[in-house]
Write a protein that binds this ligand. Structure first.
Ligand SMILES: CC(C)(COP(=O)(O)OP(=O)(O)OC[C@H]1O[C@@H](n2cnc3c(N)ncnc32)[C@H](O)[C@@H]1OP(=O)(O)O)[C@@H](O)C(=O)NCCC(=O)NCCS
Length: 173
């Protein structure tokens, strides 16, 4: 990861100050074809509104956010499962690295920080899903996550084609 990049762990309340930048990041990633819940045409404003909704109730999630000299350039969330029978489990969601900051180890650094954060939250099992065959799949496999299997036609690509998703888990030591 570039020495110019710093990571911060934020609660929902603290992350609300960054809703606009988070919206821009999400919109930029979708514009480049990232399959992260939205179809193409997502505007930064609508993406910011989505983040505002996500962060409105403090559900105990933590965001690991990356900043470079230009501003916010990456994010990943650790979201507690929130059910009585899964106090130990969380989801990793919305791993996003700005196009300008990719292939420099930031995704791997965000993931490692998210795992550290999960330990601090007393979580011992993490789950995520990602497009089968996508760039992120290699990121997770390289970081020791276990693929459970692939679900065909799970979601639509940004241009509307059905794509498979791979579910991964990691048990934290
Ligand atoms: C996937 C994503 C987070 C990777 O971020 P990144 O900062 O570029 O990742 P890193 O530089 O830490 O790469 C870590 C490893 O992931 C894999 N990887 C990441 N991007 C890759 C690419 N474009 N092609 C091939 N492998 C890739 C590689 O194994 C890489 O290790 P290496 O560089 O030593 O080969 C980033 O491309 C992104 O934000 N994509 C759009 C949003 C998205 O799809 N998020 C995933 C949601 S589940």
């Amino acid at each position: 990861m570039s020495p110019d990049v710093r990571l911060e762990v934020l609660t929902c309340a603290l992350a609300r100050a960054h809703v606009e930048a988070l919206g821009q990041l999400l919109a930029d990633c979708v514009a480049q074809g990232a399959s992260v819940s939205f179809l193409s045409g997502l505007t930064p404003g609508r993406a910011g509104d989505w983040w505002a909704g996500q962060l409105s109730a403090d559900d105990g999630r933590r965001l690991v956010v990356a900043f470079d000299r230009q501003g916010l350039c990456g994010v990943v969330q650790v979201i507690p499962a929130g059910t009585e029978n899964q106090p130990h489990r969380g989801d990793v969601a919305k791993m996003l690295v700005a196009p300008r900051a990719r292939r420099q180890g930031l995704g791997a650094a965000l993931l490692a920080a998210a795992e550290g954060c999960a330990r601090d939250m007393n979580l011992s099992l993490l789950v995520l899903d990602t497009v089968t065959g996508g760039d992120a799949e290699r990121l997770y496999a390289k970081a020791g996550w276990t693929p459970v299997g692939s679900i065909p036609g799970y979601a639509l690509s940004t241009d509307g084609r059905p794509e498979a998703t791979t579910v991964f888990y990691k048990a934290l030591a």
